[in-house]
Design a protein around this ligand. Sequence first.
Ligand SMILES: Cc1ncc(COP(=O)(O)O)c(C=O)c1O
Length: 215
Amino acid sequence: MKLQQFSDAEKRQLIKGGLDHILVHWASNEDLAKDPKVFIAGEGCYIYDINGKRYLDSFSSLVTSICGHDRPEIKDAIVEQMEYLEFFPNYHDTFNVPLIKLAEKLAKITPGDLEVCFFVCSGSEANETAIKMARQYLWQIGQKQRYKVIARRKSYHGTTIVASWHTGFPKLWEYMEPGIPGRLFAPDVNCFECALGAEFSMCNLACLKELVGCL
Ligand SMILES: Cc1ncc(COP(=O)(O)O)c(C=O)c1O
């Protein structure tokens, strides 16, 4: 791991640059300005800010660094691939070698007959795509009246329009009303804080019945 050194003036300039030019996810820039952090390095499950302060990266950089930071074998693989081809999309009639190898591996380790991948860049896109695929399939087989999507309350599905419209927190979609037709919410499954006020083992799976009632 390399820790870059910054002078106080450089630190102030970096923070100003971030506040002036970046809109942050999940907060207003006013909130962000209270205690902005600039991260500069990571090692294993720790990350380091511009002052060298160490933090436990307890959410794996929002689940994007689940193998930990600064893993030599990951860096080596990235550098090796960069020597051949840094990027080329797969669309129309094109693949690239790492993409094929990853798809083959995923086909092996995913259960049952899950053998085909459609690659996207984020969870939001994955959820958007899943809904698009389902709707296109039903449309193509002549069943376009089947367009409903059941989401769970207190679920999170992403930041894009369709993904956030199907997220179980009204704050994340109420400003987008009237939204996309066909959305239904089923209760969240959380026996510890049951949305229906039932006691597990006495509840007779009431949440499942409510889910079935949505259909
Ligand atoms: C269950 C779930 N679905 C979708 C997403 C959205 O993924 P992304 O942030 O990669 O768009 C997340 C992100 O935290 C998630 O936890």
